[in-house]
Design a protein around this ligand. Structure first.
Ligand code: ADP
Ligand code: MG
Ligand code: MG
Length: 869
């Protein structure tokens, strides 16, 4: 088996094995672009490293050295040679890119001897020693895990002592002094000398990259992005090119289109006389890429050509890294660029217009989860116009953020946990700030460019970010932010406009967004492509209308219990529950009837002629009663029922397992008059709206929590009798459907019988998951988190349907239901109806619709289209 591939042996389709970076380096090599030669140690080698107790097997070591000698051959240089030393970078790269989360080491191969050789060869001692000190620093940090700050302290104190303002002001001698002190530091920290043998350096570095796969921030990043830990990282070993060889050299990062707003224009930054890490780490603020046209006109032309070629080759926006060594351009990386939702939408629509991709591909270019960003609020125009602008930085990631200032990740996380919206303010962001960035509404930094790690990560998360804000002073120790004469402390409000890059004073109101322009276009394409219908879960006209605005095609679940809680009604609901006789109960119910009727009318009106599924009362009755003694006393006075009676009734209704108790259709079996009232309200509302609005309403009445055909038949009989009676009384006749939820495993197992009574099934996958796993959905959050941490669950089964178990039941019920009633209507109304992975599953097993909360409707439309592609 092959564990190591040279760059000319791979291609872009080998991401699983070579990682994204390795596969694309191979691809660029294949199509003849200038890529420094090298080789890739595969992700399988990484997995073996972990299987074999964090060691690299001899056969893999041998393969590595074989490819190393090929590399020496191709470059004409030798590892460890003084005359012509080969230097390499050792770069991580998983299948899915995780920018900045793992480690990279540059200039490997330098030691006390080869550095002199390099100095002589290049006639540039300053460059040679600068490279060596960088190497010790990176190796010390990544491989030896010596705190970076200790190296920085040595470096900064030298700079200060010699009166150098910038790194480039340090002379060869200064750098040599720094190296001596770096090596001393290594000896002190590690009790051993800095390794001088390049092959040892190489193997240690390869292992360190494998190790970095499991560093804290990489693990957190994977959790946030649903990347499995089992895929491992590849390691790329690549001959070095040098951007730090003086003013004809440099390094940069660029996107073929603007990753924040999608504009079709080369976008990026570069630094003269610098090595790659300098750009991404935000140490010096780089120059915009366009200025390269003046600094390196020939190289700029070549780079423009290559970036256009790459975008066409990959048919997607590319994020590229490059280095210029003495006026010669080298490509070091390309990948499909991360982008904001707004940019994703514009780029997809533009590329379709340009003929680069078709509509089907275009709809796959927007991750459904990213749509959330587009549905997020924006600043209220008037308030924004009136707000005081404090300063301007770079518009690193668009959006609107308002919150209290916090100066480090831990404080921001704590604040958010206590219910305070946070804006994370940092001098410069580093990958360690990830948890704080996740928690915060937005991020503000003093340093760092548009392509700093933080900006990239913020865009990926859809977090508002303003970076490189040169005019602000951040004192992380004292926890103060100074802008001009304003001094802000921890907890003060500030607002960020990530789209304009502006920092604004105080709190600013936000407003909901609209679905128009390019977003509207993509959604229209999605609608043309998908076959699943999208309904919504709504139980009031406002939500129903919102959902229709977002493209809902019906209501899949209208819960009726929320309506019972309203202030004027709850006394009647309680009287109904407390009634001693059927007569009393009917009396209370008749008070509720007109309310229910008007609820349903409002919903029918909001939905027009779209279908509406109304579910009969579902929760245990005791949810409507008070629980504490105090509350019982209060209520007793309020509704004039003796305290003892009330307390006794509450006691009687108490259940140990209410979710498995007196609820769902069981209520209607024991108190048919409740179902009668609801059925009458549903039909009367339909009659009136049909008359008043001329709408052709076909009510869908849904009976919950059925496990037995006979209990469904019992409730159905009650409903049918009521409906027929009402229709006769009113002298009308129209179609209506009676169906059930499939949410008890027994119902799924006997779906063929149940379908004899049910005209439709709606899968209630929340309860079905709860009952199939025996996991209480209200109590097991913490257990599920721990299960996920331990890898027992990949996903929370309440968020993404468990396809193997719960999904199996759904599939079985679909087949059995269809066998009995071929034209049975099938849909899903659990939370899973808004989850892209679950939607794909629903599509594949032949459901006709999914139903989700209004704000998830656009996500569901897109996910349904992607499932159909
Ligand atoms: P990341 O995944 O964090 O972007 P990379 O492996 O891409 O890490 O390395 C970071 C930077 O180091 C690159 O952008 C590039 O500028 C520089 N670099 C890596 N390998 C080389 C090389 N062989 N020659 C010159 N610079 C390199
Ligand atoms: Mg890295
Ligand atoms: Mg990179």
């Amino acid at each position: 088996k092959k564990f190591v591939y040279s760059f000319n042996e791979g291609s872009k389709d080998m991401k699983d094995l070579l990682g994204g970076k390795g596969a694309n380096l191979a691809e660029m090599t294949k199509i003849g672009l200038p890529v420094p030669f090298g080789f890739t140690v595969t992700t399988e080698a990484c997995n073996r490293y972990y299987e074999e107790n964090q060691t690299i097997a001899d056969d893999i070591v041998a393969d590595i050295f074989e490819k190393l000698s090929d590399l020496e051959h191709v470059t004409g240089k030798q590892f460890g040679s003084v005359e012509n030393p080969l230097l390499v970078s050792v770069r991580s790269g998983a299948k899915i890119s995780m920018p900045g989360m793992m480690d990279t080491i540059l200039n490997l191969g330098l030691n006390d001897n080869t550095v002199e050789g390099l100095a002589k060869l290049t006639e540039n001692p300053r460059f040679a020693y600068d490279s060596y000190r960088r190497f010790i620093q990176m190796f010390g940090d990544v491989v030896m895990e010596i705190p970076k700050t200790k190296f920085d302290a040595i470096f900064d104190s030298k700079k200060e002592k010699e009166g150098c303002e910038f790194d480039v002001d340090l002379t060869t001698e200064h750098l040599q002094d720094i190296i001596v002190n770096y090596k001393k530091l290594v000896k002190e920290e590690m009790g051993r000398n800095f390794p001088q043998e390049p092959k040892d350096q190489l193997m240690e570095a390869v292992m360190a990259v494998f190790r970095s796969w499991n560093n804290e921030r990489a693990i957190l990043y994977r959790q946030l992005n649903d990347i499995p830990g089992s895929i491992g990282t590849a390691v790329n070993v690549q001959s070095m090119v040098f951007g730090n060889m003086g003013d004809t050299s440099g390094t940069g990062v660029a996107f073929t289109r603007n990753p924040a707003n999608g504009e079709k224009k080369l976008f990026g930054e570069f630094l003269v006389n610098a090595q790659g890490e300098d750009v991404v780490a935000g140490i010096r603020t780089p120059q915009p890429i366009a200025e390269m046209a003046e600094a390196f006109p020939e190289v700029y032309k070549e780079f423009t050509r290559i970036s256009e070629l790459l975008e066409k080759h990959y048919t997607d926006m590319q994020d590229m890294e490059f280095t210029v060594e003495r006026n010669k351009l080298f490509m070091l990386q390309t990948r499909n660029g991360k982008r904001t939702a707004a940019a994703a939408v514009k780029i997809a629509v533009d590329m379709e217009k340009e003929g680069l991709i078709d509509k089907k591909t275009a709809v796959t270019r927007l991750e459904p989860a990213m749509i959330d960003q587009l549905l997020h609020p924006k600043f209220d125009d008037a308030e924004l116009a009136a707000a005081e602008r404090l300063t301007k930085g770079l518009p690193a990631s668009p959006g609107a953020a308002t919150g209290k200032i916090y100066f480090n990740a831990a404080d921001a996380v704590a604040a958010v946990e206590n219910g305070n919206p946070a804006v994370l303010v940092r001098l410069e962001t580093s990958p360690e700030d990830l948890a704080g960035m996740v928690a915060a509404e937005g991020i503000l930094t003093a340093r760092g460019g548009m392509t700093s790690h933080a900006a990239v990560v913020a865009r990926g998360m859809g977090k508002c970010c303003v970076s490189g804000c040169a005019e602000i002073k951040v004192d992380e120790e004292a926890k103060t932010l100074t802008i001009g004469s304003d001094v802000f402390k921890e907890g003060d409000y500030i607002s960020l406009d990530g789209t304009a890059g502006e920092v604004l004073k105080g709190q600013i109101k936000t407003v909901p967004p609209e679905l128009s322009g390019d977003f509207g276009t993509i959604m229209q394409w999605a609608d043309e492509i998908r076959t699943l219908k999208i309904r919504t879960n709504a139980d009031n006209p406002r939500d129903a209308k919102q959902a229709v605005d977002f493209g809902a095609e019906g209501i899949g679940l209208c819960r009726t219990e929320h309506m019972f809680f309203e202030e004027e009604r709850i006394p009647a609901v309680r009287r109904m529950i407390l009634a001693d006789s059927e007569e009393e109960r009917r009396e209370a119910l008749s008070f509720l009837l007109p309310y229910q009727k008007s609820d349903f009318k409002g919903i029918y009106e909001a939905m027009g002629d779209r279908p509406v599924t109304i579910r009969l009362l579902d929760p245990p009755l005791h949810e409507f009663l008070p629980h504490t003694d105090e509350e019982i006393k209060q209520l007793s006075a309020q509704i004039n029922v003796p305290y003892e009676k009330l307390a006794k009734k509450t006691e009687e209704l108490h259940e140990f397992n209410p979710m498995l108790g007196h609820r769902g259709c069981r209520l209607a079996v024991t108190y048919p008059e409740i179902a009668e009232m609801q059925a009458e309200a549903i039909i009367m509302a339909a009659i009136e709206v049909r008359k008043e609005q001329g709408l052709d309403i076909v009510p869908e009445i849904m009976i919950p929590l059925v496990g037995l055909k006979k209990e469904l038949a019992d409730v159905k009989a009650t409903v049918v009798q009521t409906v027929e009676k009402v229709m006769e009384r009113e002298g009308v006749k129209f179609d209506y459907l009676i169906g059930t939820m499939i949410e008890i495993p027994r119902a799924a197992l006997t779906a063929d019988e149940i379908a004899e009574e049910a005209e439709f099934f709606s899968f209630g996958t929340n309860d079905l998951t709860q009952m199939t796993f025996g996991f209480s959905r209200d109590d097991t959050g913490q257990i599920i988190r721990e299960y996920r941490d331990k890898g027992i669950f990949d996903d929370d089964p309440f968020q993404s349907i468990d396809q193997v178990g719960v999904g199996q039941l759904v599939k079985m019920a679909v087949e059995k239901g269809k066998a009995t009633r071929p034209n049975i209507k099938l849909g899903i109304c659990g939370e899973h109806g808004g989850d892209p992975k679950s939607i794909e599953f629903c599509h594949n097993i032949g459901l006709q619709y999914v139903s989700c909360s209004p704000f998830r409707v656009p996500i569901a439309r897109l996910a349904a289209a992607q499932a159909a592609v």
